[in-house]
Design a protein around this ligand. Structure first.
Ligand code: FMN
Length: 198
């Protein structure tokens, strides 16, 4: 996306992610992902987000049969809310979501942690677990089986890309009253920005 206003907004998000990473903040790349079923029931949960590259979309990984996966199939619209308390920064990103190709999903799967890759194989996400410790045992089994080999992508897991049409920065606590800035894609996808009262 070539729009300079969009590029500025995305660069500001990437700079915050970089700062959070460099400061060693735990889960620096996590955000709450809100989705909504087609009958208007909202859900929210934490996810890991890939730091956007080359002015691209915001990507994350999910199981297409999970709650969020099913909601996104029926209603491909989502919002992300990042918050780093140490930086006193909140960023909200909203947009339409698309499932990435198999090739792109394979590529980004390789950037997931090995533990999350093994967990994806251990049991279908969201399925009822009959016995305490069963998931841990399954993960152990897959860890042994795979040894030092690459863990292939489990076929229900896909990368998703959220194409932002609104990005909002709320850079302080109430007491500091710094500017809250909203970037939005308007008619014909042209981006603009405005300051908003906190
Ligand atoms: C810090 C953190 C990071 C997480 N990252 C992911 C992720 O990248 N992808 C994912 O599917 N679930 C992730 N989860 C688990 C989700 O929050 C959620 O429990 C799970 O995906 C099932 O959600 P759903 O049933 O609404 O789809 C993460 C949880 C935490 C606490």
């Amino acid at each position: 996306m070539d729009d300079p206003v969009y590029k500025a907004a995305l660069a500001r998000l990437v700079a915050l992610l970089d700062e959070a990473r460099l400061r060693g903040l735990p889960n620096f790349d996590c955000a709450a992902l809100a989705t909504c079923s087609s009958d208007a029931r909202p859900s929210v949960r934490m996810i890991n987000v890939f730091v956007p590259q080359n002015d691209g979309a915001v990507m994350f990984f999910a199981n297409r049969l999970s709650g969020k996966g099913c909601q996104l199939t029926g209603n491909p619209r989502a919002a992300l809310c990042f918050y780093w308390s140490e930086l006193q920064e909140q960023v909200i990103v909203e947009g339409n979501v698309k499932e990435a190709s198999e090739a792109e999903s394979d590529r980004l799967w390789g950037r997931r942690t090995r533990e999350s890759q093994l967990a994806a194989w251990a049991a279908p996400q969201g399925e009822t677990v009959a016995e305490r410790g069963a998931v841990r045992q399954h993960v152990q089994k897959f860890r042994k089986q795979s040894g030092f080999d690459r863990v292939p992508r489990q076929s229900d897991w896909y990368a998703y890309s959220l194409e932002p049409d609104r990005i909002e920065f709320w850079p302080s606590g109430w007491h500091r009253a710094k500017e809250r800035v909203r970037f939005v894609a308007g008619e014909a996808g042209r981006w603009s920005s405005e300051m908003v009262s906190p």
